[in-house]
Design a protein around this ligand. Sequence first.
Ligand SMILES: [Zn+2]
Length: 115
Amino acid sequence: MNNFNSHRTLILNSTFQPLSIRSNIFIRDFNTCQYCGNSAESIDHIIPKSKGGENVWSNVVACCKKCNLIKADKLLNQTILKLKNFPIKPEGNFWIKTIIGSNPDPEWKEYLISA
Ligand SMILES: [Zn+2]
């Protein structure tokens, strides 16, 4: 196995998550462009798919149309754009908190993982 394949295997084993719903990215990124902070309207692959970028949480961010046009099919360091937050896969209670809010009914406390 060459270096590329072993690196690829490591990525798939540690970070690969299929993105089932595009809207989950907007929820994770609070509908905010991760480059400029304006309202997000589209999705950007940080490493473009044409350059081997995968459809994983750590490579996909919500962004506005203006930033998406600037970014286009380039690598981030080939643009003036900078990420406001490094994208990660939401863990723990993220989805529950998103649905029920950050101050849930105290009766729910025993069912929620401390975060
Ligand atoms: Zn933007």
